[in-house]
Design a protein around this ligand. Structure first.
Ligand code: GLC
Length: 543
């Protein structure tokens, strides 16, 4: 790869142009993340599937989201929740088949919803035919598509797996191979052109079936240091992602050329987009993945990883707006996903965590950019306690039980208050992860009837966001005063203020504006003031 190709190609003029062009859907979309295995089971095997998701599309349309992103649906070795793919151009029989995916896309389109797929280019499953061929024959062309090293006492370098332990394991014949995640997820060698060519085929395969784009797993990976040198520091990611201590493993300059090529491919298909998972500590480095000729967006995980603290949230919002603004990309805000403890639990659990999660939802949905909602967060689901014997996450096993793992945020969705909460049809097998006995209280059917529920709050917020362009598409400025965080969202015709009280006492907010929505029913407005209780947010239209 020539170093010239790896440098920034975006001129200031291009960046300004990106600001001016008419706004495509993804710049302010609300995207709902479907954890497919846990969303809806149509055939009674205890596993969510495409037909189940299809039957629930009217719910997503009713909720008011613009698009859905589906966690991996591919045939998989099953070692990491589907992120170990054995065939990139097929559907796992647990989930259905390619015709089901096409039917889903068609139904979604009729409801005005776009479908975004997950794609995993950093590693395959060890069950993938390439890896199997490489195991059988070290001189096969497939072997050069991975990182193998000759048998020796010690692994080739000091790299660590993100799931715990060394990043190198041995093949049965004694060679080493690299896996930055589980041993069942061998890392691909992107310096072999056959790898890039095959992924281009995969992108086109799904784009030809009408999908609206891709969420790219580990988009800051793919290329590794060409000489596989030791990392300069110990593996200890900072709160917000990897930094210079892991400089040999992640964020190699060559990876940006992959995103330029993928962007060209997507540009052949109208209205498609790519959003990348880029877990780097420096927001400016993250934003570089979303320059106008690279991925359309890269996730901002600052709110997902910040505690309930005014300055932490304010800094997260400001740094993201600055970094993404500098490259002309929208920020893609995230408060929850399948890798992190549920918000309600992160923010303190119970009534306190719920109140804060409600307020955080209003904050995120006010900010300019796209917003990614994780299935079940609209119901206020807490992190579930999963018995060790039911756990499936490699993080739990590879840490010898020291880390709880991510199963607790991947529990099947409660749809109604029947036995089994409506996840599977009557008489079905047990769900693949146990559903806590009190979850019928969180069920969609229960919350739909409750004007004060989390679900009702989300639905109202999404409707208001659609009706008031200042929300989600305004020009935002952030201000803090003590425990109060305010975001001024200036639209063409209206300014909406999102005020969040992150402290422990009620605060009085001076305003002559109108409260569009509050996260709690105890917000009171009297002449010129709003009394905003602790852990509460309000949207106030100032014009
Ligand atoms: C990403 C996914 C996570 C997965 C990992 C390895 O971080 O979000 O679930 O375990 O990549 O593919």
């Amino acid at each position: 790869m020539s170093p010239r190709l790896a440098t920034m190609r975006t001129s200031p003029e291009q960046q300004v142009e990106a600001f001016r062009s008419p706004s495509p859907w993804w710049r302010s979309a609300v995207v709902y993340q479907v954890y497919l295995r846990s969303f809806a089971d149509s055939n009674g095997d205890g596993i969510g599937d495409l037909a189940g998701l299809r039957s629930r599309l009217p719910y997503l349309s009713w909720l008011g989201v613009d698009a859905l992103w589906i966690n991996p649906h591919y045939p998989s070795g099953g070692a990491d929740g589907g992120y170990d793919i054995a065939d990139y151009r097929a559907v796992d029989p647990d989930y259905g088949d390619v015709a089901d995916l096409e039917a889903l896309v068609a139904d979604a389109r009729r409801l005005g919803l776009k479908v975004v797929l997950d794609v995993v280019p950093n590693h395959t499953s060890d069950q993938h035919p390439w890896f199997q061929a490489a195991l059988t024959d070290p001189d096969s062309p497939e072997a050069s598509r991975y990182h193998f090293a000759p048998a020796s006492e010690e692994p080739p370098n000091n790299w660590q797996s993100l799931f715990g332990g060394p990043a190198w394991s041995r093949t049965p014949d004694g060679r080493w191979y690299l896996h930055l995640f589980a041993p069942e997820q061998p890392d691909l060698n992107w310096r072999d052109p056959a790898v890039a060519a095959d992924f281009e085929k995969t992108l086109r395969f799904w784009l030809d079936r009408g999908v609206s784009g891709f969420r790219v797993d580990v988009a800051y990976g793919l290329f590794k240091d060409a000489e596989l040198r030791d990392n300069p520091g110990k593996y200890s990611p900072t709160l917000f992602g990897h930094g210079p201590e892991q400089a040999m493993t992640w964020n190699q300059p060559e990876v940006h050329d992959v995103w330029r090529r993928w962007r060209e491919i997507c540009d052949e298909y109208p209205d498609t987009m790519i959003v990348g998972e880029v877990c780097l500590a420096d927001p400016q480095e993250v934003a570089l993945y979303s320059r106008p000729d690279e991925m359309h967006q890269s996730f901002c995980f600052r709110l997902l990883k910040s505690g309930w603290d005014t300055e932490a949230f304010a800094d997260g919002v400001r740094s993201a707006l600055d970094a993404f603004g500098a490259v002309g990309a929208p920020v893609s805000w995230v408060l929850g996903n399948h890798d992190k403890d549920r918000q309600v639990t992160r923010f303190g659990g119970g009534a306190l965590g719920t109140a804060r999660a409600r307020a955080a939802a209003l904050l995120m949905l006010s900010l300019p950019g796209s917003a990614y909602l994780y299935a079940g967060d609209e119901l206020g689901l807490p992190q579930a306690v999963v018995p060790d014997e039911a756990k499936t996450d490699p993080i739990f096993f590879r840490s010898g039980g020291a880390r709880a793992g991510r199963d607790g945020c991947r529990i099947p969705m409660p749809w109604n208050d029947a036995d089994g909460v409506g996840f599977s049809p009557d008489g079905a097998a047990d769900p693949w992860l146990p559903i806590p006995t009190d979850w019928s209280g969180y069920a969609v059917s229960t919350q739909t009837r409750d004007g004060g529920s989390m679900l009702t709050l989300y639905r109202r917020a999404l409707a208001l966001r659609a009706a008031h362009p200042a929300l989600g598409s305004g020009e935002a400025t952030v201000e803090t005063a003590g425990d109060v965080l305010t975001v001024h969202c200036a639209g063409d015709d209206e300014t909406v203020r999102c005020v969040v009280n992150m402290g422990t006492e009620t605060v009085l907010v001076r305003t002559t504006g109108t409260v569009l929505l509050a996260s709690s029913t105890s917000v009171r407005q009297s002449a010129g003031t709003i009394a905003l209780p602790a852990n509460t947010a309000a949207w106030i239209s100032e014009d």
